[in-house]
Structure formats: structure tokens, C-alpha cells
Design a protein around this ligand. Structure first.
Ligand code: LRH
Length: 480
């Protein structure tokens, strides 16, 4: 039985974490070794990630974690760094909320219509998909000088190990992978003018990704060899691994900056109806498909807090719990809310535009956000079940939002289904479990989930109240 812990490097949109976990076939404990801020930087009109600060945070975290059996990296999807022929990074990676991809889709669609793109890749339209980011960069000096493209976790893995690869679950978010073959969509990429030669070869969760380089060992005080394991490097894919489901008919919602709500399938759903409903078929571990919809998530509240300079979320949630339910709701899936800035005003404007009263206080705005998220969760769960022809009898909420009791209860109420909330650190847990499995310590996906259900604190919320009120609220948002 391994004595050393596994380390998960888990990078989110507002912070990075290095967590260590001890795993045996029937125990699983997770400890935070280091947490560091992720501060995107705006220069001129470009919004970019401070990737070197993130890498420095990773090194600090590895030093704090101490000797580990192996490590794995996951982060948000779609973004990437470009390397020149000497292997040097060509500028800071752009943030997926940067606006340079606005109106780029039409250019791509002129050669590959959206229905064909969906049929080939199963990925919903989002302006930030890597495909559109590359289309936006088409005539830039940077892209012309690029020899390699590395998605964020692959870039950090490269700096730690010197090795190159493109991890599959994250690659599926580029909109350049065929979810049927689980390989590149060569024909579609060529038609869209994307050079797939930029991407290093695919690697899959569980594959070895190299060992820490000598200078990394020196900087972190670790003793080699320290293996790096390919995990489900898309944070949402890692979080779905850690859904502690023990029954077959579950839906999941990975909550945090985003809410990613949907089902785990074995085959993609690529119908026109599914495309119209904005469902995506991202790839998961072990041949699974993450059939889900992106909902703006707690980003709406985080942005209001930034605007109000109000860091204390507990007080806001307490006040929101006492505010009038369903007074006004907005479409929390709408791309109008994607960019940062002025969020309370944008929410008020959306209420006005749909003939509903504007929130008057911070408590009312917070309540409007949580009611709207619960409503969007309900819509996604119901639509996914219908489009994939599946039953749902329980909703699992994992990720940071699992700590938000009001959001969990409202989601149970809106869906009319029990909600099981937790674990909050799902991405890190999914990350270490894939490493432990590669090491032969835990079994397949159902075995991992059994282990989570048996070891992680979970909360259960039963649906309450009147579903008709939620249906009426749903109509207010969708018929405006
Ligand atoms: C969540 C997430 C999500 C993507 C978005 C860009 O962190 O990875 O799954 O759609 O970031």
C-alpha cells in the first residue's frame, strides 16, 4: 500500500490549489497544502492569464506538499499557450472571457456551418471554444510564429517534465475532437483552417506524463523520480469523476464559477434538437461522454461582490434566504453575462427587459441570482433527460457551490428532486483518484464513486414547496 500521498494541482478561474490525498481501497483523505490567487490581467483591451505567476504558485505548492507518490494537473478548459520553434512561450495565454472572439464564429461558419460543426464535434457554440480563439488569431504574428499549442494543464505539465502531450478530456473542449472516435476531427479542422499539427499527440487519463525535471526537483526540494500522471485535465471532467453517485439515474451539476449541468452518457447526442438546446458532448474518463450545458454559475454573484466590494458571501446568502422568493429571475445561461464588469446593473437591466421588478437591495440581487441559477439547473436537468432519453431520480451537486446550502435547497425545490451535495473539492478528488487508479490502488469508475460516497461528507436536500411557482418563473424567463 503506497505510503506517500498523491498531489492534485487544481487551477480554477480565481485560485489555484495544491492538494494532497492519501488513498487506500477504503479510505480517502484530502488536505490542502497551498492555495494561491489567480489574477487575470487586463492590458489595453486584452484579458490574459498571468501564467508565470500560476506556475510559480504550482512550484510553491509542490514545495509545501513535500514528497509525493505522483502528481496530476487539471484546470479550466479551452485556453492555451503557444510555443515557438525554440520551445519558448509566445505571450501570455488569453482568458476565455477576452472579447476578441466576438463575431468570429460567423467567419468559421461561412466554411463549416454550425450544424456540421456540431455533427462532427458534438460541442455547443461558445465564443471561447479553442476553435474560435484560433480563428480570431488567424493573421496574428503570434500564431504564425507558433510551432506548438499546449492547453493550460499540458503547458504546465510541459514546464514540469519537458514532455509534450494533449490530454483528451480537455482536448474535447477545443471543438476539434470527434466524440465518437475520441480522436481529432481532421476533416472539420482542415475546412475551418485549423492546423492540428500544432497539437502534440493525444494522451489519456491514466497515461504517464513524464517525471519532474531536475531543476524542478531542486526548486521544490523533492527527491526524484517524481512521476506526473495524466489525469482528466479538464477540471469539469475531474469533478465528474468525483460525483459520488451510487445509483444509475443521476444528473450532476458541477458548481463554481460556472454551473455545468447534465448527464454522464456512453454515446454522444448530436441531434439538431440537442444543438438548438445548447448541449455539449465533452469527453470524460473511461469512454464516457459529459452531456451538459454551461450555465453562468456563481460568477454572477462573484462579479456582484467585486462590484459592491463585498467579500463576505455568508452575510449576503443569509439575507438572500430571507428575501422574497422568485421575485425576479434572469436567464442564467445567457452569454450576455459572460464578460466581467457592472454585473448588478446588467442583472437589473435583464429584469427590466423581461417586465419584472428590478432587485432593490443586495439581498434581492443575490436572491435573484440564486433563484435564477436554480431555475437554470432545473431546465438543464430536464432538457438533458429529455434529449438523451434518460430518467433522472437524483441530482448531485459537486464543486464549490455544494457548500452553498441555499443554492442546493433551491435547486432541489426547482427540480422537484433530491439533491446530494458534495464533495466541494470534486476536481481535486477526481484528479487524485485517477492517479490512484493508474497506480492500481482503486478500481473502476463505480468503485471510485463508492469510495467517495463512503468517505466524503455529503448533505441531502429534499425538494420542498410548490413546483408551479418554479414553472411560472421558468415561463417568465423563456417567453420574454
Ligand atoms: C470550468 C470550465 C468549464 C468551461 C469553462 C471555460 O472551470 O472548465 O467546464 O466551459 O471553464
Amino acid at each position: 500500500m503506497p505510503e506517500l500521498p498523491y498531489a492534485a494541482i487544481d487551477l480554477g478561474a480565481s485560485s489555484g490549489r495544491v492538494m494532497t490525498a492519501r488513498v487506500t481501497p477504503d479510505t480517502l483523505t484530502l488536505t490542502e497544502s497551498h492555495r494561491f490567487p489567480n489574477r487575470p490581467v487586463r492590458t489595453g483591451n486584452a484579458l490574459q492569464w498571468d501564467i508565470l505567476a500560476l506556475y510559480a504558485g504550482v512550484l510553491d505548492g509542490l514545495r509545501a506538499a513535500g514528497q509525493v507518490r505522483s502528481l496530476g494537473i487539471d484546470s479550466w478548459a479551452v485556453d492555451f499557450g503557444l510555443l515557438d520553434a525554440d520551445g519558448r512561450l509566445l505571450g501570455n495565454p488569453f482568458h476565455y472571457r477576452d472579447t476578441r472572439t466576438e463575431h468570429i464564429a460567423e467567419r468559421v461558419w461561412a466554411t463549416v456551418p454550425p450544424s456540421e460543426l456540431y455533427a462532427a464535434t458534438g460541442i455547443q457554440y461558445a465564443p471561447f471554444n479553442t476553435l474560435y480563439q484560433l480563428a480570431a488569431a488567424r493573421d496574428t504574428v503570434q500564431l504564425r510564429s507558433a510551432e506548438r499549442l499546449l492547453l493550460i494543464p499540458d503547458l504546465l505539465t510541459h514546464w514540469l517534465t519537458g514532455r509534450l502531450g494533449t490530454e483528451l478530456t480537455n482536448a474535447s473542449t477545443t471543438q476539434l475532437i470527434d466524440p465518437g472516435t475520441r480522436d481529432w476531427a481532421h476533416g472539420t479542422a482542415a475546412r475551418a483552417g485549423i492546423d492540428l499539427g500544432l497539437f502534440p499527440p493525444l494522451r489519456r487519463p491514466g497515461d504517464p506524463a513524464g517525471e519532474l525535471l531536475p531543476h524542478v526537483l531542486e526548486e521544490t526540494g523533492l527527491t526524484g523520480p517524481v512521476p506526473v500522471t495524466t489525469v482528466a485535465s479538464h477540471d469539469t471532467a475531474s469533478a465528474v469523476v468525483a460525483v459520488p453517485a451510487t445509483t444509475p439515474h443521476f444528473a450532476y451539476i458541477c458548481t463554481g464559477t460556472w454551473s455545468l449541468a447534465g448527464l454522464e452518457l456512453t454515446e454522444p447526442v448530436r441531434t439538431e434538437e440537442s444543438r438548438a438546446a445548447n448541449f455539449t458532448n465533452e469527453l470524460g474518463v473511461d469512454g464516457t461522454v459529459r452531456y451538459l450545458r454551461n450555465i453562468m454559475g456563481l460568477w454572477l454573484l462573484q462579479e456582484c461582490q467585486r462590484d459592491w466590494r463585498e467579500p463576505d458571501v455568508t452575510a449576503l446568502l443569509d439575507a438572500a434566504a430571507r428575501a422574497e422568493p422568485l421575485r425576479s429571475v434572469v436567464d442564467a445561461g445567457h452569454s450576455d453575462f459572460l464578460a466581467p464588469g457592472g454585473m448588478p446593473g446588467r442583472i437589473a437591466a435583464a429584469c427590466r427587459a423581461t417586465g419584472q421588478p428590478e432587485p432593490r437591495t443586495r439581498a434581492e440581487t443575490t436572491r435573484c441570482i440564486l433563484d435564477s441559477l436554480a431555475l437554470a439547473h432545473r431546465r438543464a436537468v430536464m432538457d438533458a433527460a429529455r434529449l438523451a432519453d434518460r430518467e433522472v431520480d437524483v441530482v448531485h451537486i459537486v464543486g464549490g457551490g455544494a457548500r452553498n446550502a441555499l443554492l442546493c435547497q433551491l435547486t432541489a425545490d426547482a427540480c422537484g428532486l433530491p439533491v446530494v451535495a458534495g464533495p466541494a473539492e470534486a476536481a481535486a478528488l477526481g484528479n487524485v483518484l485517477v492517479q490512484a487508479r493508474a497506480d492500481g490502488v482503486v478500481g473502476d469508475l463505480p468503485a471510485m464513486r463508492q469510495l467517495l460516497a463512503a468517505t466524503q461528507p455529503l448533505a441531502r436536500y429534499e425538494p420542498r414547496g410548490d413546483r408551479a411557482a418554479w414553472t411560472a418563473a421558468h415561463v417568465r424567463v423563456t417567453t420574454s
